[in-house]
Ligand binder design. Structure first.
Ligand code: GLV
Ligand code: GLV
Length: 326
């Protein structure tokens, strides 16, 4: 029997491609860029499985183009707001993501941004490189203390809970929101379940760890930014559109909050006008999961999901188990 056909929409670490190639005929997008919609439609046609990126818009037309042989689209990301899950379910196509393997790396980056903003690392680096450092002085470039402060975790899911453990290491108090209270998490960390407004009013650091859904779009806007302390710092490593970026830039300029650390943006890769000129922000180009180890593990997980689906099994990280039950 012919080997199943797998299309990979952007080159990923070799270990994952090797695993797929041991069982499948694999085609990888040869260009080092995301495919546009027309290219995607042509590329997935007739495939048994597709390994796709968060930069790919997996809409109904793309799922239809893959055709009746297709069993799975495995997203190389934990977030899956780029995929029309309902359409995939209707078409009997499994959708999977890559949870857990990237939680530590993403929380590490969130904490790196938090420390960078609080202690003015990026600003200080630029200042020093520019030859402006004239010597130590008592009131120069004062930041904000991190240890012992209050951390507010919005969305205590997998990544949020790992972030909370990082915060515990800095002797921080913990507040969190989630869709429901998490007694085990509270017992392990001492975190307190509060409503969003209380968290925003009390936290010194607010870190976002929710998926992007219609319910979390612009979860942090003008009203929420006004609730935050003037000394507070906002960290976003989730999805850009969880924050109303225009409102954020206005709040940073007005001094309504002290700073922000951002790894994700509403219109990636575009930045909101004014953002890059602000000294009290640290910005990174969507690097949450970008370590050699994590990107390899994400690839292996996506490949295992594909191989399971091709064997006729339910893939381990399936987001729509009902897809092939109808
Ligand atoms: C990255 O943003 C991911 O969702 O994995
Ligand atoms: C700072 O450099 C100190 O020695 O306190």
């Amino acid at each position: 029997m012919d080997k199943p056909k797998v299309y990979v929409t952007w080159r990923i670490p070799e270990a994952a491609l090797d695993l797929l190639e041991s069982h499948c005929h694999v085609t990888v997008n040869p260009a080092d860029r995301a495919l546009n919609n027309d290219e995607l439609l042509a590329a997935v046609r007739g495939c048994d499985a597709v390994l796709c990126m968060l930069t790919d818009d997996i809409n109904d037309a793309v799922l239809a183009a893959a055709g009746p042989r297709c069993k799975i689209f495995a997203n190389y990301a934990v977030g899956y707001n780029n995929i029309d899950i309902a359409s995939a379910t209707g078409r009997g196509i499994y959708i999977t993501n890559t949870p857990d393997v990237l939680s530590a790396a993403t929380a590490d980056l969130a904490f790196a941004l938090l420390l960078a903003v609080a202690r003015r690392v990026v600003e200080g680096d630029g200042f020093t490189r520019a030859g402006k450092f004239m010597g130590w002085s008592p009131l120069f470039m004062l930041g904000r203390e991190v240890s012992g402060k209050t951390m507010g975790i919005i969305g205590a899911g997998r990544i949020g809970q790992v972030m909370a453990r990082r915060a515990r290491g800095f002797d921080m108090e913990l507040l969190y929101t989630a869709t429901s209270p998490k007694p085990d998490f509270e017992a392990a960390t001492g975190a307190r379940y509060v409503d969003k407004d209380t968290l925003l009013q009390e936290a010194d650091f607010v870190s976002l760890h929710v998926p992007l859904t219609p319910a979390t779009w612009h979860l942090i806007g003008e009203r929420e930014l006004k609730l935050m302390k003037q000394t507070a710092i906002l960290i976003n490593t989730a999805r850009g559109a969880v924050v109303d970026e225009k409102a954020l830039v206005a709040a940073l300029i007005a001094g309504e909050i002290w700073g922000a650390g951002l790894d994700v943006f509403e219109q990636e890769p575009e930045l909101e006008p004014g953002l890059a000129e602000l000294g009290n922000v640290a910005i990174t180009p969507h690097l949450g999961s970008s370590t050699v180890e994590t990107r390899t593990n994400m690839g292996l997980l996506a490949a295992r999901n594909i191989l399971a689906a091709l064997r006729g099994e339910k893939p381990p990280n399936c987001l729509n188990l009902s897809a092939r039950n109808q």
